[in-house]
Ligand binder design. Structure first.
Ligand code: GTP
Ligand code: MG
Length: 438
């Protein structure tokens, strides 16, 4: 990725396919000149949607609506043109080629957002939130990404950093005037300030598991003995005959995956081979895959046939929900959750249990700052480690210089979170995950 802001880039901003409309974006110093070269003369007023017939030489490209943004008042902060075309990939392709023939180059993935970042229109957390928002599959995921796009996490990180910088400035003053014997911050106050900052940082750090799980979605694996009713339950939960159901024990071998929404998150359900000792090579592989899926899952639905209750021992750190099946034929033991797919008995209960589990254990809280990816977690963990070191130095009565080194480290880690201090490779890594045109 170039990172240069001086050239002009072009890309479709909407997916390839037929639709009512499609958008082509041109960003950079030549964007206005390209619009003009395509026959839009005079150029439209800034930020005013204007109907234009664009041509490349004699060839009519399309009838479209052009909006011209003049930097810095644009998404990227540069001069930017957005063309709304008819939604046909051929028209889009011709428009992009025409822009290239007039001096633009094809944009790299995420390059428009990267420009917005480099021009200070947004910070790193917000840029990440743009990608997360585009990838959101449930309303809750979209809400979470919109919060971060709106600056919820950035503002929290900045406030934490401000608090540290205040302590740093007082310690530095103490250092500058140490000869005069002034005290700018008492030891007890310093410790209580550090404790308070540590608590804030830990709280933020603790949002990571839920934040990451919420964006990633969850894995729920259905396991149990052959014929326990696993495939029947999967089909009921996804609402279609996804898995083969027969009275033959050992019907399912491959893992069958289907995603549904539970507790506001996308949850991928896996139907697996029934667990038993088997001499059949194919079935054995299926059983090993089932055990492996259960080991990696967030949630395990362990199905037990109520007509012949046998339970397999499972190796999994997941949340396990035990469900007795076929309760139309034989009742579940007292206090256990029982279901019957033909009569619908217990299905609502099971869905409610799953919904509650996802909300209580995995879903990020709405309305507060949440860490959602590994990069963010590392920054906050670095800040936490540095603050802990600073606290130890104060307790051990080390000099201000020593304490200051760690406090600066903590403040820098918080700055890195929003990208106020960042390395090019971090930025490149983030934008390669974007789609072209964003
Ligand atoms: N009466 C009754 N029969 C059920 C119920 N659930 C499943 N069955 C029957 O039990 C048999 C096995 O069901 P499956 O869903 O294929 O069981 P499975 O656990 O996927 O079995 P494998 O793939 O062989 O491991 C089928 O004949 C189903 O119709 C239920 O709730 N009540
Ligand atoms: Mg099955």
């Amino acid at each position: 990725m170039s990172g240069a802001l001086t050239d002009t880039i072009v890309a479709p901003a909407t997916p390839v396919g037929r639709s009512a409309l499609a958008i082509v974006r041109i960003d950079g110093p030549l964007s206005g000149a390209i619009l003009s070269a395509l026959g839009c003369n005079p150029l439209p007023e800034e930020r005013r949607a204007t109907f234009v017939r664009l041509r490349n030489g004699d060839e009519l490209l399309d009838e479209c609506v052009a909006i011209r943004y003049v930097g810095p008042r644009s998404f990227t902060g540069n001069d930017l043109v957005e063309l709304t075309l008819h939604g046909n990939p051929l028209l889009v392709q011709r428009m992009v080629s025409a822009a290239v023939s007039h001096g633009a180059r094809m944009a790299e993935p995420g390059e428009f957002t990267e420009r917005a970042l480099l021009n200070g229109k947004m910070d790193l957390v917000q840029a990440e939130a743009v990608a997360d928002l585009i990838n959101a599959r449930t309303p809750l995921q979209a809400k979470l990404s919109l919060m971060n796009l709106g600056g919820s996490l950035s503002v929290t990180a900045a406030a934490l950093r401000e608090k540290l910088l205040y302590v740093i400035s007082r310690l530095e003053a103490a250092l500058d005037f140490s000869e005069e014997g002034y005290t700018f911050i008492e030891r007890d106050e310093l410790i209580s300030q550090l404790d308070s900052s540590l608590l804030d940082v830990q709280r933020l750090r603790d949002t990571f598991e839920r934040g990451a799980a919420s964006l990633r979605g969850l894995e729920a694996v259905i396991v149990g003995r052959p014929n326990a009713g696993k495939s029947t339950l999967l089909n009921r939960l996804v609402g279609s005959e996804r898995s083969i159901v027969t009275p033959v024990a050992g019907t399912t071998r491959d893992i069958i995956r289907e995603t549904i929404e539970l507790g506001g998150l996308p949850v991928t359900l896996s139907d697996t081979a029934g667990l038993r000792e088997s001499d059949d090579v194919v079935e054995s592989i299926g059983i090993e895959r089932a055990r492996e899926a259960a080991r990696r899952a967030d949630i395990v639905l362990q199905l037990i046939d109520a007509t012949s209750p046998e339970e397999e021992v499972l190796e999994s750190s997941a949340c396990v929900i035990r469900v007795f099946t076929k309760v139309d034929l034989s009742p579940a033991p007292a206090g256990e959750l029982g279901i019957s797919v033909p009569t619908e008995h217990g299905i609502e209960d099971l869905l409610e249990r799953l919904d509650a589990l996802v909300r209580e254990r995995f879903a990020a809280p709405e309305g507060s700052a949440v860490l959602v990816n590994e990069r963010q977690r590392i920054s906050v963990t670095d800040a936490q480690t540095a603050l802990e070191a600073a606290r130890v130095s104060v307790i051990e009565s080390c000099g201000e210089e020593i304490v200051l080194v760690d406090l600066h480290r903590a403040a820098n880690a918080l700055a890195a979170l929003t990208g106020a201090i960042s390395h090019n490779d971090v930025i490149t890594e983030i934008f390669t995950k974007f789609c072209i045109g964003k």
